[in-house]
Design a binder for this molecule. Structure first.
Ligand code: SPD
Length: 396
């Protein structure tokens, strides 16, 4: 199993000589940095990732700004794209869907390609933040599994295409004495103070993500993770506040690194790929085992799909579409999963995904686990109540 190298959270690849980054500060507008007036600025020959203009090749801009979750791409794909197509990529990262939305709403119009999750795609469509696409102009869209096309949050993929999917559960240090006897297969292991007292001194992390953390508390209480019932949300808030003194960190950006540091954390609310990375990064050929395991709680858990989308204000939509098609290439899709340890919705990529990853039930869960999973939906006006609960949780 290939070991991963962890990079800085925010990277900028081959910044244009005078570029100030993604041009995304509040109030800034994208005018095509460095005199790059957007698409049609550069003539490129069409390559394997070509999306349009079969006869003449696509007209690509000289730059593209990409805004993604941390540790969510094999960066060699970015440099290969830059070298092959002469497009310089500025790459930046965000920690949550809500951070992404806040950044765009604050006027960060410099981003071309973004990767929101399911429920956030619906929200962004309603807010007019996403460009429409025509998947007929994406030859590699044919690589995507039918199971992930035409999702309810984006009928007919009119705005986005699937990127990576996964689940949210509990990662735990297998060698810890308490977990030798007890499998944390319930959200109680994150929220019940009596249980927490057994291992809190080893360090517990929760995702710094309001839909995920309040959603987990709602599962624990037997409610829907999409609830907008005030009484249920207040109950979830109180469960979280009672458990909070036992938690060491609220971290969804680089907790995956913390899992690999001795004595840092023994249990973490975790996305499937980060737990799988911890397992495979500590895998010992002699024992044929890793130090971290992953459990999907019996009360149920979230299943999510992150998507590749183009912002409505992008001035390089043709280039963004070309990059989208490049990411949907079968071998490129496999390179992403082989790096991130998240599941790929790219059916054609499976031929190139490492067999250990394909066979890992924590990454590609079997049907009996899938039955326990639920999608998150957009909350409508209920989002204001969730924001209120989150402020109370983070503030106290
Ligand atoms: N390190 C990249 C993690 C991406 C996780 N996206 C999950 C969103 C679930 N709501």
């Amino acid at each position: 199993m290939k070991k991963k190298v962890w990079f800085l959270l925010v990277i900028s690849l081959l910044l244009a000589a005078c570029s100030g980054g993604p041009g995304g500060g509040p109030g800034e507008t994208s005018t095509g940095e460095n005199g790059d007036g957007g698409d049609t600025a550069v003539n490129n020959s069409e390559g394997s990732g070509g999306a349009e203009g079969a006869a003449t090749g696509p007209q690509l801009a000289s730059q593209l700004t990409v805004y993604n979750w941390p540790d969510y791409i094999d960066e060699t794909l970015l440099t290969e794209y830059e070298e092959e197509y002469g497009v310089q990529i500025t790459y930046d990262t965000y920690a949550s869907n809500e951070d992404l939305l806040a950044k765009l709403q604050a006027g960060a119009t410099g981003y071309d390609v973004i990767f929101p999750s399911d429920y956030m795609v619906s929200q962004m469509i309603e807010l007019g933040l996403l460009a429409e696409i025509d998947t007929n102009n994406l030859p590699n869209f044919a690589n995507v599994s039918e199971d992930f096309k035409n999702a309810p949050f984006d009928p007919n993929n009119r705005h986005c295409v699937p990127y990576q999917w996964g689940t949210t559960g509990i990662a735990y240090r297998a060698g810890h004495e308490f977990f030798a006897e007890n499998t944390p297969d319930s959200w109680a292991y994150l929220f019940d103070p009596e249980l927490l007292a057994h291992y809190a001194d080893g360090g517990i992390n929760v995702l710094n993500d309001q839909r995920e953390l309040i959603g987990a508390a709602l599962f624990y209480l037997g409610y829907s993770p999409n609830s907008t019932d005030r009484a249920q949300l207040e109950e979830a808030r109180d469960v979280i506040l009672a458990a909070k003194p036992y938690w060491k960190t609220f971290n969804s950006e680089d907790y995956d690194d913390a899992l690999l540091i001795a004595d840092e954390v023994v249990l973490s609310h975790s996305w499937s790929g980060d737990a799988a990375n911890a397992y495979w990064s500590t895998y010992d050929d002699a024992t044929e085992d890793g130090n971290w395991y992953y459990a999907i709680p019996q009360e149920g858990a979230v299943k999510w799909l992150d998507n590749i989308c183009i912002t409505a204000f992008s001035e390089r939509k043709e280039t963004a579409l070309h990059f989208m098609n490049y990411l949907l290439d079968a071998e490129n899709g496999a390179a992403i999963t082989n790096f991130t340890y998240y599941a790929s919705p790219n059916e054609a990529a499976k031929a190139y995904i490492e067999p250990d990853i394909l066979a890992d039930a924590g990454i590609f869960p079997p049907a009996n686990v899938q039955d326990k999973l639920q999608w998150l939906f957009e909350l409508g006006d209920g989002v204001f109540m969730w924001d209120e609960m989150w402020t109370a949780i983070k503030g106290r």
